[in-house]
Design a protein around this ligand. Sequence first.
Ligand code: A3P
Length: 319
Amino acid sequence: ENMSETKSPNIYTEIMSTIPGRKGCWPADLYQYEGFWYGRYTIEGILSTQDHFKPQPNSVILSSAPKSGTTWLKALSFSIMTRSHFDESTNPLLTKISHDLVPFMEYQFLSNSQTLDLNVPLSATHISYTSLPKSIINSGCKIVYICRDPKDVFVSLWHHSQKSVTKAREDLHLENAFMYFCEGLSSSGPYWDHVLGYWRASLESPERILFLKYEDLMNDAVYWVKKMAQFMGYPFSFEEEDKGAVQKIINLCSFENMSSLEVNKSGIAEIQLKEMVIRNNIFFRKGKIRDWKNHLTVEMAMQLDQITKQKLNGSGLTL
Ligand code: A3P
């Protein structure tokens, strides 16, 4: 997973300079690659990842579209995998944001910092299922995917766009952002297509892809964390369960706990992308289900629900 030698190879930058961009919800300028929209540097990263990424045989890949619960999924997976090395008082999550512990594969070649060498076989991505590096599919390594009610994803994304220092987006009103999101013009969008790609793959190979919903994780964390651990190959023993190991991980990774840590209140992510400075606190806003009610009109909610229904029709999935 070491891609540090392949820093922003010119060839990818060259390819990107020939592709026209479009305005979108977030980031401001989006480029289409294999049917999905991404920021320009992300596509350079995807191209590089497709060429160079080599999973370890026991790697677990965490995948999501932005704002679906990535930060949380990374924390939970990291804690599950490393629980025999750390406890609630020594876990690296107390001093590092989960993005610095489980980096995105497509941003690694852009990043200035060395990743921690904890040797945890976890990697993350926002890449669509169809654009994943072939090495991931061929190695048969496991994938955990998380998705979320598109209404909450949109609201979360819109707030993120307002806080992001990449580009001032004060000009982007909620209504315009909403229009873009509905048209699929958001990072890793169209959102529904991203979800459906992984959903269908999980139906085909349930032993290889675990499909999670943010809402399920909120409503029944114990069940889903046990399921994740089992799936990832790190099942909880009866003894561990007796000692409350599952609940300890849930508590450690809870929004309340994570968002109150100094590193996540005032820290800067170690992994910096190009000139961007990423403040950790932009990954922690409310951490609630149905916060869309405080931001969307009834009409907007109905419109988004209608698109979701149409897109997911016949898939067996509801969001
Ligand atoms: P809100 O903006 O609705 O609060 P991502 O991690 O994919 O970027 O998604 C960010 C969303 O997940 C934000 O949603 C954020 O508050 C929420 N989140 C971050 N950490 C969380 C945690 N530990 N538990 C639950 N939700 C969390």
